[in-house]
Design a protein. Sequence first.
Lengths: 323, 282
Amino acid sequence: MSARLRAAGNGARPAVEVRGLTKTYPGGIEAVRGVDFEVAPGEVFGLLGPNGAGKSTTIGMLTTTIKPSAGSARLAGFDVVRDPLAARSVSSVVFQEPVLDRALSGRRNLDLHARLWGIPPSAAARRIAELARSFGLSEVIGRPVDSLSGGQRRRLEIARALVSEPRVLFLDEPTVGLDTRIRYELLDLIGGLRGRTGMTTVLTTHYLDEAERLCDRIAVMHQGAIVALDRPAALLARLGTELVELRVEHDPAGALAAMRAHGLAAGDAFAVGSTLTIPARARPARDTIAALPGLGIHAEAVTTRQPTLDDVYLQLTGSRLAA
Amino acid sequence: MTAITTTVPAGITFTAPRPRRLATWATLARRRFMLSAHTPREVLAPLVTPLLFALVIAPALARMIPGGAGYSTFVIVGTVGLLIPLTCTFAGIGVIVDRTGGARRELLAAPIPRSLIVLGNMAVAIAVSLLQVAALIVAGWARGSHFHVAAAGIGWFLGAVLTFTVFMYAVAEILANRIPTQEEYVGLTPVVAILPWFLAGSLFPLTALPGWLAAVARILPTTHTLALLRYGVLGHGSTGLHDIWGIGSTTTAAALSLLVLAGWAALATAASIRVFKRSAVH
């Protein structure tokens, strides 16, 4: 481990502490607008949002490759602006795009990481062998990275990040661009990381299933701000257990207003285009559907289903995650 | 959802490791070396140009001049002023590859001073330049060139090679971090690496240039380098230092030229580190 442990007597502290973190690019573009969150040691924390929501900029500031405009962030107690070397020594990153020396072998890439993070050679060799075995890379780790498949490269990058046994692991959109089979294999692999002693994981994604499957808590980001932060189950519970979804081609906003006026929809119902989404809380979905003709609402299509995180996101932001 | 499985025990915190600058610099230089020379072809290719100049081009040019054996040696030493800029400029392509498809972001996320990334790359440019210069001089000697070998002269020669390589690599690093594409960067190579060589007294003395161009040439690092190199291995017969400074003491002129080169090298290195950091962190 690159960071030496010492008893300090100041109690356990969050692995990641973010206060009012802001990034404004030249020209006044606000990529991240004063976000606050804490991540406990050992927790898997997700930043969920579509492209442009500010997730990668937040990770960039936490990994000291983007300079914050305001606010503060600490990794294992180290301020990322005032003490960047220390902050980097307790963290590792798996970037959204492949970031490997492709002419070198997989082993050389891992060994380089170990040396830069100050891991003694004997410990590094042992860890690399262990990681190669547990990530199914033993047979290919001696080959140039250029000759590896996309999935193997991704596993190699995750293995590399773990060589230094980081206190905080950042995974920035780790499954983007991978085919479905490899993506699910990788999700299994990432899910298996949570057993590593004390390691905190901060994951960004715009895949709902990834966030729901891997994360203990999720911060939903929209236009540079966190609009909700909770456990996945708690976020889903905001919309109850059942939704009624209507497609109303003629005046959907008027239809929603009429349903609200007659108590068929509450404040958390929302309309996006011609689709109305009504959480069915106070009354069964079938009663809501049955009352529609009486209000003069003609729905082209009616469905009932369980809420998803996409519905939560849609309700919070008015746009779909996959947009 | 799976419960959180582990926590850091209460009362435990972390202290940052002390930076291991020398070991880190060596690691980064080793990485750059592995990337630059991971096949025999990449090791041998840099030797082709110096060997070609020493064995073919310089003797061929000398044949055009009556009694031109000394001119061959003059050109061979002058070739150093071409080899180093070319080597350093091409080394800069590695910086662009790192940025566009390599491991630069991994290096930026490492707990190391970022200036060492530049200095690690520079170490390999220096090593390759020294190898090329050695090949050039040995091949020139084997082909019949006569060098004046003395400890002080070798000192001036090596001082010029090292400071000029540092300067040229720093310039390459600045350009590689400022220019977005490899194509645009390669397009600048003739301007950066070759044009100053023609003006700096590589093939003819400064006095053969028009007055205003000679004045420009006197401030070029390449000019000081070539004058020092020739003073180092051709002895007092070379007139380059006198052509620059116009003073009687050649040793003083050599010291002044080395000081100028060291100044350029220090300035360019500081600028290259600054440009790298600014391009790397938004």
